[in-house]
Design a protein around this ligand. Structure first.
Ligand code: CTP
Ligand code: MG
Length: 181
């Protein structure tokens, strides 16, 4: 696959996993998932993981996957690149996995004494990618194997931190996010 097609494929397949995070930032608030519960004196997840943000992220991410499926034939026709079509389990697994990965990172952050919003370089940028890839590999194995070739995975791992830092900086300057990371 040409480099351009690999990059296009990597961004395309990860959009349903990227957008939930930004959706959660905009839609977040209300009841925390951990209900305020603590473990060994620290919050289980913290106030930064809410039902509203999580549900909105999953719904929007799944909608993005189905929306991309509708665009796929036109893009193939226009630029000649056949981008992946999302199966139902991939369409749901990518956003759910992204949200679970982000939550798992909050759990680890609380256990290691990092307060809500404290930076955790590396983990903050890749937690949702790891969550999305792992869940989809489990629930949509055939689709995962056909879609995430080694070049696509490498591109995802290189591009994601760059895109994540960029969009978070924009969210910060627009006033949606409290920290620029
Ligand atoms: N958010 C949410 N629900 C989620 C994820 C995020 O409501 N599942 C919202 C919260 O308002 C959160 C904001 O998006 O404060 C930014 O998300 P993130 O950076 O992941 O959370 P932090 O506040 O930094 O908390 P943590 O340290 O636990 O990551
Ligand atoms: Mg944060």
């Amino acid at each position: 696959m040409a480099v351009g097609a690999t990059i296009a494929t990597a961004v395309w397949v990860m959009l349903p996993a990227y957008v939930p995070n930004n959706t959660a930032v905009i839609a977040g608030g209300g009841h925390p998932i951990d209900g305020g519960r603590t473990w060994r004196g620290r919050r289980l997840l913290g106030d930064g993981k809410t039902w509203r943000g999580t549900m909105a992220g999953i719904i929007v991410g799944t909608g993005i996957a189905f929306g991309l499926n509708m665009l796929q034939p036109s893009i193939h026709h226009l630029i000649g690149i056949s981008l992946p079509v999302f199966t139902a389990s991939a369409a749901i697994g990518l956003p759910v996995g992204a949200m679970v990965g982000d939550m798992a990172a909050s759990f680890v952050k609380r256990r290691t004494g990092r307060e809500r919003g404290a930076p955790f370089p590396g983990v903050d940028q890749l937690d949702f990618v790891a969550g999305a890839l792992i869940l989809v590999a489990i629930i949509a194995t055939d689709w995962f194997m056909a879609t995430f070739t080694l070049p696509v995975i490498v591109t995802v791992l290189v591009l994601t931190p760059i895109l994540h830092v960029g969009t978070n900086a924009i969210g910060y300057f627009l006033g949606f996010k409290q920290e620029p990371y």
